[in-house]
Design a protein around this ligand. Structure first.
Ligand SMILES: [Zn+2]
Length: 187
């Protein structure tokens, strides 16, 4: 049995037995907020429970590190869609301690890519065409600084309505404890 088959088999039963019924809601968030957080496995259930969030409560965007790296990338686009099209009135960015992105090291990832069959040629072609892989594949040293930086990126975005608060927090991936880094109401 593959993982894919496991999932498909379970899913058939899930649908057939109407187990989805308790999750029925709308695409508009009950708590008018969009949250950007990290894809870390420890946060999958912990984060919603620690914040008292149920299905339908918020728009949730995830990536590696809860980072807004590019002002016109897919994360910022998702936040703008949530604000303009889906009635999210506040933005919350939640990084976490012990994040994989805080340890991300380009040289070590490059070695792994080569081990998995990516050629030197491919790497140098990308670098020669202006792709700064080193910068792209480097994480952050302080999660608080990273969260503050992402908050600024969103708050100062030319397309974000000026009155939308952007909060920054850090969550403990074990206990779910939140620490406030930026109070968007005061910014
Ligand atoms: Zn993380």
């Amino acid at each position: 049995m593959t993982l894919l088959n496991d999932i498909l088999t379970f899913n058939e039963e899930f649908v057939a037995e109407n187990k989805y019924e308790r999750y029925i809601t709308t695409k508009f968030p009950n708590k008018k907020m969009v949250i950007l957080t990290c894809m870390d496995t420890r946060l999958l259930e912990l984060l919603p429970h620690a914040l008292n969030l149920s299905n339908g409560d918020v728009k949730l965007v995830k990536n590696a590190g809860a980072m807004v790296v590019h002002p016109f990338g897919s994360i910022m686009r998702s936040i703008l869609v949530a604000v303009y099209e889906l009635k999210a009135d506040e933005v919350m960015i939640i990084g976490h301690h012990d994040c994989g992105m805080s340890a991300l090291n380009y040289d070590s990832m490059l070695d792994k890519m080569k081990d998995r069959g990516i050629s030197e040629d491919t790497i140098s072609t990308l670098e020669n065409s202006g792709m700064d892989l080193d910068k792209w594949l480097t994480g952050f040293s302080s999660v608080e600084e990273s969260v503050s930086h992402s908050v600024k990126m969103v708050k100062n975005h030319p397309l974000l309505p000026p009155k939308v608060p952007v909060h920054g927090l850090v969550i403990d991936p074990k206990t779910g404890k939140l620490d406030l880094v930026v109070d968007g109401y005061k910014a």
